[in-house]
Design a protein around this ligand. Structure first.
Ligand SMILES: C[S@@+](CC[C@H](N)C(=O)[O-])C[C@H]1O[C@@H](n2cnc3c(N)ncnc32)[C@H](O)[C@@H]1O
Length: 169
């Protein structure tokens, strides 16, 4: 009975993810270390994973680079799981919120990680362009950020997955 309930909740939450902008497709664990290593994270920075799923990028960033972390996802099931994992990893300085990224305040972010569909990426780009300008590193897994060629710092390709790093301002 409990298993059935869990399956129903999972299916419903998957539909929610799809409807709001991007399905849940986790970044392969094999890529996480390289993505973070190439970000040159500094202790004390604020790392935000928008559409965080189980929060594997933000949890690893907090655990290994002493940044503070925020994971945002529309899917309550995934946020619940991310919180449990962070608890077992005994991570401090990390928060997870159920929220639509369209309504997320990004003013504190120093580094933002995205693995989202091209249809929703412009929403994030517009938010960053309309808030007071500050230096932010934006990392996009797979998809390029249209119109941001001048901010492109580098693209690395790990096992056929391109990761794009954009340095704003
Ligand atoms: C491709 S997955 C990436 C998960 C994780 N960042 C990773 O790399 O493993 C995209 C995630 O974005 C979330 N998502 C989709 N639309 C969203 C929205 N409007 N606001 C917040 N999260 C959203 C989905 O629930 C899903 O977990």
């Amino acid at each position: 009975m409990l298993l059935l309930l869990a399956i129903i909740l999972y299916v419903v939450s998957t539909i929610i993810s799809d409807l709001f902008g991007a399905p849940y497709v986790p970044t392969s664990s094999k890529l996480v270390d390289s993505i973070l290593k190439n970000a040159n994270l500094k202790p004390g920075q604020c790392f935000v994973e928008l559409g965080c799923g189980d929060g594997r990028l933000v949890r690893n960033a907090v655990a290994k680079y002493y940044v503070s972390g925020l994971g945002i996802d529309i899917n309550p099931y995934l946020i619940f799981y991310a919180k449990i994992m962070a608890h077992f990893q005994q991570l401090k300085n990390i928060k997870f919120k159920i929220s639509d990224l369209r309504r997320t305040d990004l003013s504190q972010a120093d580094v933002i990680f995205l693995y989202l569909l091209p249809s929703i990426l412009p929403v994030v780009q517009k938010k960053l362009m309309t808030q007071p300008h500050k230096k932010i590193l934006v990392i996009s897994h797979f998809f390029q950020l249209s119109g941001w060629e001048k901010y492109l710092l580098k693209t690395i390709t790990i096992s056929s997955h391109p990761i794009h790093y954009y340095q704003l301002f």
